[in-house]
Design a binder for this molecule. Structure first.
Ligand code: PHE
Length: 351
């Protein structure tokens, strides 16, 4: 077809073909033909201004620019119409149902052990305990020797763990994954003076034959209070208050005597078994005892106080180590500790 010579004729031709473009791909083709940057017809026209006789250039240039603006506006308008039609078509054909509710976003949440840890920490913080932290990779000197567990002590078997190979050598130069948070009793007493009231939350690692209440990784809170006149009854009072905060008034608590080399006397605190309520000899959770131990504690051994440079005639202290996973089990009536670390979202998202 012969090129129309006037802009009016061009405009008419462009608008007619635009009106015939019924979908996005037709619109794209039209845009390339008319407004394409390298060889669109309007672009070519603008480029040819300089070939015109000088007296026509200004007028021709202005007319071409005006036409370009008009076509751009017409294209935008046509796109709106085509899009609206396409949207209406898709909606009636059911591909888009604008009345459907949106897809809910899955919300993250804290792991039940983290929630329990935070609640335990705030219970003690409310009683005036300060929170400090210590290393998970620990010197065997702090984990064992300084808390009165010498190398040949049977408690080392109970607390077997993973050792760092590169640190083999003199016994007290060896590193290991700490088996309890108790080394922090030493770390705290090394750098603080009485009155001391601290808790140390963190992960510990043990060689365990895992079962419903034992995992090879566990979370503890160590507690330590050292001052003039601290007594066993202070420890019991603190732990009663803690249990009341976490479990309410109705749960039963029992203290037993127990042995830990770093305390004298030593105690254990247990909560009544939520599974069998003390009745089932075959209960896998409490092993028929009716009680689930959640904590070891006692009065800091005077020898440790002396080693730390404290006068053990003047100062006394209590310490405890609380198992957070056990507390979480008891709180929610979960029958198996191993469920916490199986990364089963269906289980974890209940809490
Ligand atoms: N560290 C002991 C354990 O892991 C608990 C404990 C802490 C006992 C402090 C007495 C005093 O079992």
């Amino acid at each position: 077809m012969a090129q129309p010579t006037t802009t009016d004729a061009l405009r008419q031709q462009a608008l007619e073909s635009l009106a015939a473009a019924a979908d996005q791909s037709a619109l794209d083709t039209w845009r390339a033909e008319w407004l394409g940057r390298s060889d669109g017809r309007i672009t070519t026209m603008l480029r040819s201004v300089k070939d015109r006789p000088p007296e026509q250039r200004a007028e021709f240039g202005q007319a071409a620019n005006r036409l370009k603006g008009e076509l751009e506006a017409a294209l935008a308008e046509r796109e709106d119409v085509v899009n609206a039609r396409e949207f209406a078509r898709l909606s009636t054909e059911g591909a888009i149902d604008v009345t459907l509710p949106g897809r809910p976003q899955r919300r993250g949440r804290l792991h039940p052990v983290t929630q329990t840890m935070r609640d335990c920490v705030s219970a003690f913080a409310d009683m005036g305990f300060r929170v400090v932290e210590g290393p998970e990779v620990e010197w065997s000197r702090y984990n064992f020797d300084l808390v009165r567990i010498p190398e040949d002590h049977p408690a080392r078997d109970m607390w077997d763990t993973i050792w760092m190979e590169s640190s083999r050598g003199e016994d007290d130069r060896q590193m290991l994954l700490r088996t309890h948070t108790s080394p922090n009793q030493i770390r705290v007493m090394e750098r603080m003076q009485p009155p001391i009231r601290v808790i140390v939350p963190g992960k510990c690692y043990r060689q365990e034959a895992t079962d419903a209440t034992h995992e090879w990784m566990l979370t503890q809170i160590e507690g330590l209070a050292v001052d003039e006149g601290v007594r066993l009854s202070d420890l019991k009072g603190t732990l009663y208050e803690f249990a009341r905060c976490l479990f309410g008034e109705e749960r039963r608590i029992i203290f037993h005597h127990s042995y830990f080399p770093f305390v004298e006397p030593g105690i254990e605190m247990a909560i009544d078994c939520f599974i069998c309520r003390g009745s089932g000899a075959e209960c896998g959770t409490c092993h028929g005892t009716g009680w689930i131990e959640i904590l070891g504690g006692g009065m800091v051994h005077p020898e440790i106080l002396e080693n730390m440079g404290y006068d053990s005639e003047k100062y006394t202290g209590f310490a405890f180590g609380l198992g957070i996973e056990r507390v979480a089990l008891l709180r929610w009536g979960i029958e198996d500790i191993r469920r916490f670390y199986q990364n089963d979202l269906a289980f974890l998202s209940q809490f």
